[in-house]
Design a binder for this molecule. Sequence first.
Ligand SMILES: [Zn+2]
Length: 405
Amino acid sequence: MATRSAATQDDLRRHNLARLLRRLHEGGAASRSDLVAFTGLNRSTVGVLVSELADVGLVYEGAGAAGQVGRPSLMVQPSASSAVVVAFDLRVERTVAALVGLGGDVLVHKEQRHKRSSYTPETALRNIVSLVGSMMGKAPSPATWVGVGIGVPGIVDHVDGRVRLAPNLGWVDVPLGDMVREGLTSAFGFAPAVAVNNDADLGAIAEHARGVGKHSRNLIYVSGEVGIGGGVIIDGRPMTGAGGYGGEVGHMVVNPQGAMCRCGAKGCWETEIGRDAILAAAGLGGDQMEVADVIAAASGGNPKAQAAIDEAGEWLGIGLANLVNLFNPEVIVLGGHLRLLFPLVSGTVYRRIHYALPAVREQVRVEVPSLSGDSTLLGAAETAFEALLSDPIDVLARAHHAAAS
Ligand SMILES: [Zn+2]
């Protein structure tokens, strides 16, 4: 019985360490009194837990903000230079990468363009390994590398990181998680936890944790890239569906008269408001063109570009009205090129949302991301920190051990 009770005690300690570190990582600096209130634990227990996290360097205590009445209390802060992750947003025509410290600070940010036609899984792997090398070369000392997070524009098995289908990359059944683990191990001698997820799911996670949806329980993130992705947070948790593939809003069929989609269906939402659809409607082709170019052409008086924007606004509103009825979200966040498009067509969008059921439409607001264009990247960083945040002391010890051996 003594052993069992000791095990329970240890579980409880680890659970509380994880709760404290997660609170500091997601919410930033807090006084010990804040942490007592947050955890419901007594002051001396919180003191012991903070000391344990401080002993391994994950947190430190420093003076609080100036200007408070009386003596400023010490604030417990996450140490950005204690643990780092490398995050990736693999897009159809560019790779965006960041070195992110505990607490969510982006320490290094890089972008590499690539040709869509030659971006094979092997090319992606080479880019990832080389970017990890250059990012870790810039990591603050003595940071421990605890994870890699990757966002992919496709359907991903988030358990093993297999990309089942990324239609706009032309990838089918790619074991990206395993490839990255093996690639990193052969390049660096070890690999930390590797998480691979759908890009829009990561956008939803980031905007819910740190962005414009921070205080909401029900959020939908819609990403506008070459394709249209969706990530759904229901009651504070990511909605996954049976296999983790839920939320593929880009492939809901909105227009049976529409164009063929790369997924094989006809008239998907993506074939109306995806980047290629808007460029085609505006009569602007070419790999280097962006929706921003259509917007610039429209504001320069190009009637075809203006018509393409107006049309996309109608379809955007129609799709969002469906999502509002289905999910009853408090906030819908429009990322990627939808972030640029929305301010130009918000009247049309709200007119279309007005066709949703009254009780649900009254509760929703449509926003653009507050994390600029990096929602997916920052969501990838969050998933890369997940192992550390679930069991801080153990994961750190194992990472030290792996790096040393
Ligand atoms: Zn489709």
